[in-house]
Design a protein around this ligand. Sequence first.
Ligand SMILES: [Fe+2]
Length: 372
Amino acid sequence: MIQGMEPSINLRDALDRGESLPARWYTDPSITEREITHVFRKSWNYIGPLAELTTVGDYVTGYAGGVPVVVIRNECGLGGFVNVCRHRRHEVMKGRGNARSMQCGYHAWTYDLTGGLRRAPRSDAEPNFRLGDFPLLPVRAEALGPFVFVNLDADAQSVAACYGPVLDLIASSGVALDSLELHSREDWRSHANWKTMLENYLECYHCAVAHPGFSAAIDVRPDAYTLSAHGWFSSQSGPVRASALDGNSKVELYDVAGPVKQSQYHFLWPNMTININPGFPNLSVDVWMPSGPNATDGFSEQYFGPGVSADFARSLIAFNKQVAKEDDALTDSVQRGLLGGLPDRGRSLTGSETLVIHFQKMIVNAVAAPAQ
Ligand SMILES: [Fe+2]
């Protein structure tokens, strides 16, 4: 057994009773290390939109379980690689763009679009040096609809096997995935454990209390707002409020009266969320990556359907940012509570927080020690 860690069977039983994970699961660097090894390096990590990888040489960079990765379009399709030079381990590619080859900016070792090392200055004079011995390390790269993912685990199920049905759910919202256009992308950092943030995402029990604008736009009452777990992903959905459509909200709202009549909030294990709000076709993506136990690095992308007005885009982005600001205050506070370690266990509601419990069980299954 891992020192200080209860067997997974005890933890799962406690979760079923509504007890949360112990506080140290959110503050202990050794737990974060186990999560990186057993969760992030064995799962699909969202990297960027397929629309940025349409022409040979197009590439995007990102991270999977803390490992720099690059996905590049080559003659064979999508090539995924560890974005680290075989020489001194400098990162090879930066950002995103189009390249004829992948050249490291440190000593100009140059790789072709399939990852083969083609040139290493002065290596001709080096005894026993063969270019063929030092290709970029490959990683799996697969697309699901308009989204591109990488996985460091060569034996993992395909991305379609893990999350395929989420595409049908999104289509049922009225948002056509293949017509979406990327509007903006930004990086961010928060001061809470990545699980603290995702557990907040996975329930709307707090919405009526903490999100007055959101709750005026979307019906968050338990009989209207649905929660469903589908294995490797889970979904929440709430209809647009009649009072918001009628213009009778007590708070000022963006224009919710478009063809999309419901919200959808999908969580793709372990760290991607996809959000659709009522109104004109829109979709945002958030990715949440641990940076030690007490911070989370992430990025967000905002998409809109064709022809959506700049006014609607601006007001929906402001709406999303307001919700994120309210959530950050909540999760920062929870993290301060967890850092104190008392109380050691929280008490979840097994109905309204069923997706939080589902998520915590997946964490336990991946990370905890099996019973002896
Ligand atoms: Fe929230």
